[in-house]
Design a protein around this ligand. Structure first.
Ligand SMILES: [Zn+2]
Length: 266
């Protein structure tokens, strides 16, 4: 999981989103707002402004419409970072959107937790079936948020064996708790994903080796640039990030980057 680039919608698009949001917020009570948010999301979801939003969200993905969480599968669902059925006041908030795949969206589902304003303990927010609808507390979201934070400060990848995402060592207690909660509530370490990360690791190494060979053959700058572009569009960019971050500690990688130190800037 990597930090997503900051991209801003046009004024017209933001105005449209705000108008839709205002209609939800205008409802008199929370239960009505939840129902209105649900209905209006379905109503507006396929309209042109949301198509335009999808284009912007796609621009945030690296090299294809990949999931912002697992970076693997085709992302085809607009995910609400703050679930729309719990926080209807954010259903049309641009900053609340990102692209996620079905697997991540399904597992995350209605799992959500906050550190309430003024509170220290993690509070799981869930809706009890049959209970009256009451507004959950606001506060700090527990999930690590690739739209506003740098996930690489919380996670690393075991490049020497399992290719599992792991919580960074030495984090302060709350950051560690947030990272653990995120790993528990997103399917980031499934066997297929770890295999895909291993494949990506091989691919990135081969691409740098091919670049080094071409450079030794004194190929054109254009030809050399192709390796960099191909690398930037491949899946699991976090693996490439970690290869650069960890290269000094892994002999193979240190040797590879010693031959092409410029690749550390790619
Ligand atoms: Zn995913």
């Amino acid at each position: 999981m990597l930090s997503l680039p900051q991209i801003g919608p046009s004024e017209d698009l933001l105005t449209q989103l705000q108008q839709w949001q205002d209609a939800v917020d205008a409802k008199l009570n929370y239960a009505q707002q939840v129902a209105k948010a649900d209905g209006d999301w379905s109503l507006h979801r396929d309209k042109q402004p949301m198509r335009d939003i999808e284009v912007l969200l796609e621009q945030m993905c690296c090299g294809g419409r990949r999931c912002a969480y697992c970076e693997d599968t085709l992302a085809h669902q607009i995910e609400h970072r703050w679930p729309k059925n719990l926080y209807p006041e954010l259903v049309f908030d641009w900053l609340n959107f990102l692209y996620a795949c079905g697997s991540c969206n399904l597992k995350k589902g209605s799992r959500f937790a906050v550190y309430p304003v003024g509170g220290r303990a993690l509070l799981r927010v869930r809706r009890v079936p049959g209970a009256p609808l009451t507004a959950p507390p606001l506060g700090e979201m527990v999930f690590i948020d690739p739209r506003s934070e740098d996930p690489t400060q919380f996670f690393t990848i075991d490049l020497r064996g399992s290719f599992r995402i792991q919580v960074q060592k030495g984090l302060p207690a709350r950051a560690r708790e947030r990272a653990q909660y995120t790993l528990e509530n997103l399917p980031l370490n499934s066997d297929p994903l770890c295999k895909q990360r291993r494949s990506a690791y091989r691919y990135y190494r081969l691409e740098v080796q091919a670049y080094i060979r071409d450079r030794e053959r004194q190929q054109s700058q254009r030809q050399l640039k192709k390796h960099r572009l191909a690398l930037a569009e491949f899946a699991h960019q976090t693996v490439w990030f970690e290869m650069k971050r960890q290269q000094a500690k892994i002999a193979d990688l240190a040797a590879l980057f010693a031959q092409a130190p410029e690749a550390l800037q790619w």
